[in-house]
Design a binder for this molecule. Structure first.
Ligand code: DX5
Ligand code: ZN
Length: 216
């Protein structure tokens, strides 16, 4: 099975967003990864609904929305209104994660939970059968182009074991520091979905970079 590729537009050239989305439309990318930040949960602010409305209009790929914000459940209706396929919330922002996961599913989206690098996979034991996907951060969230944290490979293996043992069908997505080298090792460890910002948008040939990730 080829990996699912979800390029992160955080690293796109926002002055030429239409061209960047057009490139993704022509590429082998499966989804478009959209990073929403609030400057509270993470030390950066990215973009919000006014920008994403245009991304939706231009793109022909499902949206994989990653919310790095406190109280993400407040925005379930807005994310749904965009037509998002997946709504990713951070474990660290949801004291009532089970409720939020149900609310996302009830709204008609696929629910995913994201773990920071310091949050252990074992904490997912009682929610793993309720989520469509788990996103493991390969960097501390907030910025593109950071160095990959090696421990993520071990966490990917642990998560693969947890999923297999629990009979869950959750996908494993990795976000942060993914390139051809780290991507190959993550797939070997059990990852299904690779997010890539810098490795795609800073490449001399982004279409070829996506193709290379897809064929790992
Ligand atoms: C980081 C974001 C990532 C980021 C990945 O907080 O969640 O999606 O865009 O960027 P790269 O692939 O450059 O590490
Ligand atoms: Zn992300």
């Amino acid at each position: 099975m080829k990996p699912i590729i979800s390029p992160s537009i955080l690293s796109a050239d926002f002055a030429h967003l239409a061209d960047e989305i057009d490139m993704l439309n022509q590429s082998e990318a499966d989804w478009i990864h959209c990073d929403i930040m609030d400057g509270v949960f993470v030390p950066n602010i990215s973009f919000g609904f006014p920008v994403l409305k245009h991304v939706v209009k231009l793109s022909n790929k499902p949206l994989d929305v990653h919310l790095m914000i406190v109280q993400p459940e407040k925005f379930i209706p807005e994310i749904k209104a965009l037509g998002a396929y997946i709504m990713n919330v951070h474990y660290e922002t949801c004291p009532h994660l089970h409720r939020v996961i149900q609310q996302i599913r009830d709204a008609g989206m696929e629910p995913a939970v994201t773990l920071n690098p310091s949050t252990p996979v074992s904490l997912l034991k009682d929610i793993i059968n309720d989520v469509y996907m788990v996103l493991l951060m390969g960097v501390n969230p907030g910025f593109g182009g950071q160095k990959f944290i090696e421990n993520t490979v071990k966490k990917t293996r642990e998560l693969r074991d947890l999923i297999n043992e629990s009979g869950s069908r959750a996908l494993i997505e990795i976000d942060g520091g993914v390139n051809i080298n780290t991507g190959a090792r993550l797939i070997e460890a059990g990852a299904d979905v690779l997010v890539a910002g810098n490795a795609v948008f800073s490449a001399a040939d982004p279409l070829a970079a996506i193709e290379a990730l897809k064929n790992l």
